[in-house]
Design a protein around this ligand. Sequence first.
Ligand code: G4P
Length: 526
Amino acid sequence: MELAQEIRRRRTFAIISHPDAGKTTLTEKLLLFGGAIHVAGAVKSNKIKRGATSDFMEIERQRGISVATSVMGFEYRDIKINILDTPGHEDFAEDTYRTLTAVDSVIIVIDCAKGVETQTRKLMEVCRMRNTPVMVFINKLDRNGKDPFDLLDEIERELKIRVRPLAWPIGMGPSFRGVYNLYENKLNLFLGEDRQTAAGEVIEVDLHDPRLDELVSAREAETLRADLELVNGVYPAFDTDTYLSGEVAPVFFGSALNNFGVMELLDCFIRIAPFPRPSRTVERPIDPFEEKMTGFIFKIHANMDPNHRDRIAFLKICSGVFERNRPYLHVPSGKNLKFSSPNAFMADRKSIVDFAYPGDIIGLHDTGTFKIGDTLTEGEKLKFTGIPSFSPELFRYIENADPMKFKQLSKGIDQLMDEGVAQLFTSKMNGRKIIGTVGALQFEVIQYRLEHEYNALCRYEPMALYKACWIESDNREQLEDFRKRKHQSLALDKHGREVYLADTSYALSQAIERFPDIRFHFTSEF
Ligand code: G4P
């Protein structure tokens, strides 16, 4: 098949949600309908269960599972679908943010009883930064939840995106009867009997067909007609372009656990979701249809076996065809690298691939060469953008707890930072090393992994900081003044860029006010 055809039939996306909204269940059901797995329960959740904070073996076990489910590829109606899994635990949010840099669209799952939750809001901000097209699946309709109109208002208000329902529920909870599919004018009746395998009964019926009154009750049909009249009055007709530009999110309703509404979501998804889109680099935009291969590393996963320090680096192909055993330029080191066993991921297994196309993710065996954001090309020096580090929120000084193991400790810290586990800052005042993370669990993961993989011991010292932000200014005088006054609160990140460590939100807002010519950035890319 030609490159262009391969690109057009690919859909690479992530499912995101606040923990417990049903992301794992929906992923599994998509795989089930796509024929990639045959029984429910085949995909293990990669979420680190609550209460596992001090159970390191559990973290390790979960890490192993998440390698296996990092990318789930399958074919459905001649479309190659790549679902990128994101960690459910919010302490690993940064990993999720980075995964979002490798997708072309996103499905957001919302629990109909809980509505929009914190994690959903944060993830949506990342999607908005990149204008990622978003679809919404409102889940758990088999349970009582909020009124659908209220939910739509909440999504618009909280996620700051316009919505357009493409399905509409009839009842909810115990009185849930089904969903009317506005995209195809079909009624999908919820039978709720053969719960784990059936997808409900789908009947093609126009909204004004009197049969509708028999299929559901006359009262339910009347409510549905009234609701839909309101929907069509309030929301403009669905326009694929506004979805593709990230302005409008089509909304579906269903129950992932009961397989309900999932097929409709998938069928609409393969029709309207984008195939691989152009990517940005510092030098020039990259079109996926270009002949030459380009790609970037968005995720690195350490091996489960502590005796082997090798890792899997996940490469997103952005253009051209990736071929096994062909040399590619690793831009940061200037070296040519060949890969004899690149892995492709299909549902719950992986296999060696000879070719991979834009939109595909492949796993490369790595012995410490790769860092997040690294580029591979056929010779051109490119640097992909849009793979930012986010301002961490928790900080601790990290100290060597075993003077004999200094080397091991710095190597370990370096490699863990390359993997993107956390960020390392060096205080400009006293040279002390500071670890910044988005979640408390990372500190324990780092300590555990340093000990088990690098044979090094670390100790933490508490540090009360509010936020770290990258600073820059064209006004040298003001910058110098700032440096003098904030001498104790300045640090360098691993690339040597200057970072302001604000103790409190008050200090930060004061600094922003007093130094108007200094730009304070909350992501590392600006
Ligand atoms: P997550 O990945 O977003 O964290 O959520 P996950 O799919 O694990 O779902 C969270 C819980 O919600 C699970 O129950 C799951 O069975 C349930 N769930 C998912 N979809 C639906 C739905 O459509 N209706 C109802 N009623 N429940 C749903 P759990 O008890 O936490 O886990 P489990 O023991 O069932 O695995």
